[in-house]
Write a protein that binds this ligand. Structure first.
Ligand SMILES: [Zn+2]
Length: 333
């Protein structure tokens, strides 16, 4: 096992499901369908193994493959789709097993796969299913592009090296082919300023400060959060909340302004796709833009660069979740 890389964005993967009653079922162990929104992996063996899913030495986790052309995704009446995955991940050469994942798109049935009548029925069922999950149905050629709206592909350099060429010994077991990325070890961009205790960031964009939540915040946010923001044109005071977001277990998370100034722009994506807060917190998931009173003054108290990220990472990993996120709780009302 090598040092575990970590990811700024959710990881894009592809998988197949069996379609029943407008729901997506795993092809194996299909006792319950995939949930709308966030799915969390559990280990069927947990009682005996005690581990959290996924685990390298087990087969648990939510599966995704890196290529939608992977031959394992073809066959019968299976439905192909894209997922965004995050949390703890066991990564292998051709795919991963993740702790959390959500469906982001479904692919139209292949024209070659079935007879016209079967295809029509499948298409209708697919349409209802996509509506249930709130995702689009796209042609196979467009699946990757759609998938990339919700995450990033794992960089090739992060993938485990291919196994050595076969020798006369037994083939290597899949167990040896991966590594495990454990949250809250997120790779965070070094060109933003982080306010560690508040888990927010600021980035200078022209003369403006773009602000958002930091990657570790996905530990406490719900996947489909409701976002309530201060209005464009109003004042933001450093340290005061400029947004409230619903978190896990019904808690409310406060987003503190990292700089003081006037709010000049709100990310319209928050209205329609607030899960980008979880999947792409530094890119499409920015929250507000502020015209700062004094960028230098306010950011001098924040951390940035590689050292800042290391400091932040240490802050999160050396504390319990309750301690690390003690300062993001919003006051009710
Ligand atoms: Zn397991």
């Amino acid at each position: 096992m090598t040092a575990a890389p970590d990811f700024v964005e959710a990881v894009v993967g592809y998988r197949a499901w069996a379609l029943r009653h407008d729901r997506l079922y795993p092809v194996t162990y299909s006792s319950s369908p995939w949930a709308v929104g966030e799915n969390r992996a559990t280990c069927a063996l947990r009682k005996s193994t005690g581990h959290r899913a996924p685990d390298l030495a087990c087969s648990c986790g939510l599966y995704g493959l890196f290529e939608h052309t992977d031959p394992r995704l073809r066959g019968g009446r299976l439905v192909l789709g894209a997922i965004a995955a995050w949390g703890e991940m066991a990564v292998h050469r051709t795919g991963f097993r993740a702790e959390f994942a959500a469906v982001t798109a479904l692919a139209e049935p292949s024209p070659r796969a079935e007879t016209a009548a079967v295809r029509r029925t499948l298409r209708e069922e697919l349409g209802r299913t996509a509506a249930t999950y709130g995702v689009p149905v796209v042609p196979l050629e467009g699946l990757r592009e759609q998938a990339l709206l919700h995450g990033a592909e794992l960089p090739q350099a992060a993938l485990p090296a291919p196994p050595a060429p076969p020798r006369r010994s037994p083939p290597p077991t899949p167990k040896g082919l991966g590594w495990l990325a454990r949250p809250p070890l997120y790779r965070m961009p070094t060109d933003v300023h982080h306010w560690i205790e508040r888990h927010v960031w600021a980035h200078r964009t022209g003369g403006l400060a773009t602000i958002g939540v930091a990657a570790p915040m996905r530990t406490v946010l719900s996947y489909s959060p409701e976002v309530e923001r201060e209005l464009v044109g109003t004042r933001a005071e450093r340290g005061e909340p400029v947004a409230r977001i619903t978190g896990r277990e019904g808690r409310l998370v406060a987003v503190a302004a990292p700089v003081s100034g006037t709010i000049v722009e709100a990310n319209p994506l928050m209205e329609v796709a607030p899960h980008v807060l979880v999947t792409q917190p530094y890119r499409r998931g920015w929250i507000l833009r502020i015209s700062p009173d004094d960028w230098q003054r306010d950011t001098s108290a924040l951390v940035s660069g590689a050292a800042g990220v290391a400091h932040y990472r240490n802050f999160v990993s050396s504390r319990s979740r309750a301690d690390a996120f003690a300062h993001v709780e919003a006051e009710p009302g």
